[in-house]
Design a protein around this ligand. Structure first.
Ligand code: PMP
Length: 427
């Protein structure tokens, strides 16, 4: 069991006053707050160990490089990577997913297929859509079932050679003249940032692999929520962002099996990723440096490792259990509000609730509750194809983290109810 009152002391920002009210921060699916121990590790690196990495021979260069490589080991263990060389530091999830899509482009032939779902974040949708358009491949967009989970029957049909209703351009014949080529990639979110639906990742990985496809898991929303072991889940690639798991902004990782990372052609070229450069040609360095062109965000990597240590020390299953309890409580409180509709009813929900309210614009609602200290998110949440499916352009989202309390959820629900009453009266 988490001692939430104690945990809150790690996050001084939670004591902020907003318009004269205590901050109730419930926008954790967008970004989580950073604990003191991570801030200390960042400041400590700049204070004692700052130098460029993998280059100099001097004392600080060694100290900085060893901090970066130590961070890589920590992140590898945290994500269940088969090897520390399977961790590529990136700017975040978006960067990691683009790295995979760009890196695999040369393998995608006309008529091949790439599968995503309609509830993907734009970061796991647009890179594949663009790749398919460029390579003459078919972009298959699997729909949802009645609960708001990825429709696994439809996925099975697509993997078996069928196609989706919401597919992209008409299928192009592959080299062998088949109307539908092989599925090369299945790229899905571990948890939808709008519906909160948790993907049965292992099952999907097995389905993808049986069809000969690579499985890419967008881990942005799941990494701080319980133990995420990429090998146990059968991922070829796992992408995630530090700022959604207490590490702060500008850092994330692409974690892969060595075989799948070997498949990636470097997207970025420059310092440190090379073996030998001559006028005629360049050879690449070994993994993972081959995929980390230029000076990496080594202080960000140190922060990410510090956040992993912090979550491990709290107990990752305890973190998930408390976040589940808060989300369930939020669901009950919100469902009791007249005219409020929760999006989706997934079999397994991870830490967030999106909703609409009859006759109330989410933006107005979020503006009014902000005046009472409550931070929610409104908008399309970078998932326009999903919102289109629901005939919406905007939703409100409440997303707790383990440092939130039941009382905060109650307060937020009361403020939402008040705002709804005010907005309806003003109509
Ligand atoms: N995928 C999902 C499911 C997300 O929730 C997010 C962030 N909202 C992203 C990808 C993109 O993450 P980032 O902006 O950190 O690259």
């Amino acid at each position: 069991m988490l001692d939430v009152a104690r945990v809150r002391e790690d996050f001084p920002i939670l004591g902020t006053q907003v318009h004269g009210c205590p901050l109730v921060y419930l926008d954790n699916s967008a970004t989580t707050q950073v604990p003191e121990c991570v801030l200390d590790r960042v400041a400590g690196h700049y204070r004692t160990s700052n130098a460029n990495v993998h280059r100099g021979m001097h004392y600080l260069a060694h100290a900085s490089t060893s901090a970066l490589e130590g961070a890589r080991r920590t992140v590898a263990a945290f994500a269940g990577a088969p090897s520390e060389d399977g961790v590529v530091f990136t700017r975040g999830t978006t960067d990691a997913l683009n790295m995979v899509a760009r890196g695999l482009a040369y393998l995608i032939q006309p008529g091949d297929r790439v599968v995503v779902s309609v509830m993907e974040h734009h970061s796991n949708y647009v890179p594949w859509q663009q790749l398919c358009a460029e390579r003459g491949a078919r972009f298959e967009v699997v729909g949802l079932d009645e609960r708001g989970d990825v429709d696994l029957d439809e996925l099975a049909r697509v993997l078996d050679g069928g196609t989706t209703a919401a597919g992209g351009p008409a299928a192009t014949a592959d080299a062998a003249g088949n109307a539908r080529g092989p599925v090369r990639v299945v790229a899905l979110a571990g948890c939808s940032n709008v519906l909160g639906s948790v993907l049965p990742a292992r099952r999907v990985a097995d389905m993808a692999h049986a069809a000969g496809a690579l499985f890419v898991l967008d881990g942005a929303q799941i990494m701080r929520h319980g133990v995420v072991d990429m090998q146990a889940l059968g991922c070829d690639y796992l992408a995630f962002s530090g700022h959604k798991m207490m590490a702060g902004t500008g850092i994330g990782a692409l974690v892969g099996t060595m075989g799948s990372l070997e498949l990636l052609r470097p997207r970025d070229f420059g310092g440190e990723m090379v073996g030998e450069v001559t006028r005629e040609r360049t050879t690449w360095d070994a993994l993972p440096l081959r995929l980390e062109a230029g000076t990496p965000n080594y202080v960000g990597a140190v922060a990410l490792a510090a956040a992993c240590d912090y979550l491990n020390a709290l107990g990752r299953n305890d973190v998930a259990a408390w976040e589940d309890e808060l989300a369930t409580h939020a669901l009950e409180r919100l469902r009791a509000i007249d005219g409020l509709h929760v999006l989706g009813n997934p079999r397994k929900r991870c830490g967030l609730v999106s909703f609409t309210v009859d006759g109330v614009h989410p933006l107005d609602l979020c503006t009014l509750v902000d005046a009472r200290g409550v931070a929610l998110r409104s908008g399309h949440n970078c998932a326009q194809p999903l919102l289109d499916l629901f005939g919406l352009t905007s939703v409100a989202r409440l997303s707790p983290a383990f440092y939130n309390t039941r009382e905060e959820i109650d307060y937020a629900a009361e403020q939402i109810e008040c705002a709804v009453t005010m907005l309806r009266a003003a109509r």
